[in-house]
Design a protein around this ligand. Structure first.
Ligand SMILES: [Zn+2]
Length: 86
């Protein structure tokens, strides 16, 4: 019963996020590893308040991971500006 309740909650969060297809992903990291998928959807909020898929590798949500990757392009832009200001 508890398992079923969690699945219902997860389904609701996937729907609210506008991504009902997230239900196709495993709910936990170990299950994702077992299933061989790169992502899982826990249905729980990440520490930055996103409901999103989580990466099996980083255990971080996809939105947080994208934010982390945003750092390098802006750094590149900064370096570009700095170089061309000389
Ligand atoms: Zn996040």
């Amino acid at each position: 019963m508890a398992e079923h309740h969690k699945e219902g909650q997860r389904k609701r969060q996937a729907k609210l996020a506008g991504h009902p297809e997230w239900m196709n992903y495993p709910r936990t990291r170990p299950r994702a590893l077992k299933a061989g998928t790169d992502f899982f959807f826990s249905g729980r909020m990440c520490k930055n308040r996103h409901y999103n898929l989580r990466s099996v590798l980083g255990s971080r949500c996809v939105a947080c991971e994208e934010k982390a990757q945003d750092v390098s392009p802006s750094l590149a832009a900064f370096m570009h500006d700095w170089l061309f200001d000389l």
